[in-house]
Design a protein around this ligand. Sequence first.
Ligand code: ADP
Length: 270
Amino acid sequence: TGTWRMDVRVAPLRHGRVLVLAEDRTEARRLEEMRRDFTANVSHELKTPVGALSLLAETIAEAADEPDTVRHFAEQMHKESGRLGALVQELIELSRLQRPDALVDPELIDVDDVVAEAVDRVKVEASARKVTLVRGGTSGLNVYGDSALLTTAVRNLLDNAVRYSRPSARVSVGVSCHDALVRIAVVDQGTGIAPEQRGRVFERFYRGDEARSRETGGSGLGLSIVKHIVNDHGGRVELWSTSGKGSTFTIVLPQAYPPDAPQEGAPQEA
Ligand code: ADP
């Protein structure tokens, strides 16, 4: 769909002949549009919390002699600045991923360490929301890649699972392996994702209607970062969800083997 654009240059040659140079501009234009959309989205996302902060500061200044009002609005300011900080952090992660050298030095990674670190980082948020975090047993599995990036990917999935859960719900994360593919599955019992939204949740800045209205405090960048990281590692993200019952996001990565370990299916020495 869409229009197709060519840049055509014509140079006259001798004997009445012409040289026609045609360059396909469709891709260049698509990239330019993406960049423009991205800037517009970022500006919009930054404008909202900055506007709120300025309004709150003004209100506090006017209510300086009412301690309760001041406390209330100061708490709101704290929340808004947290949102702003999280958005800026996500933008930094996204731009780091777009560098061509994002994955120059892949290392052999213990998947259990990545999961443990990611769980550690969402513990506080989970207990604040009274969500129980459950981690499966150790798997002893390895992948090649960047452990900081993979930790970010698993943490983003856990963070969503916690934010889209009800109090007293469970969020679990487990690691398994099938056909030399390592699977890190994050399972929640939260709101679920409607079928028509499932194809869009990995887009940058996409947020579900419910996510917006429930004010779950996100920017719509979390899953696009997950997808980016996992693609860079030669893997994919799978999504299973039932509206109202919960979702399972699974990161699937090629299994790696320590240099001295026998590989699955490889002939064993007698
Ligand atoms: P956000 O900052 O809005 O959470 P994400 O990119 O992480 O941005 O997710 C995009 C959208 O996908 C969310 O706004 C929400 O509608 C939906 N979503 C993501 N994870 C879950 C989940 N575990 N349960 C329900 N909905 C989810």
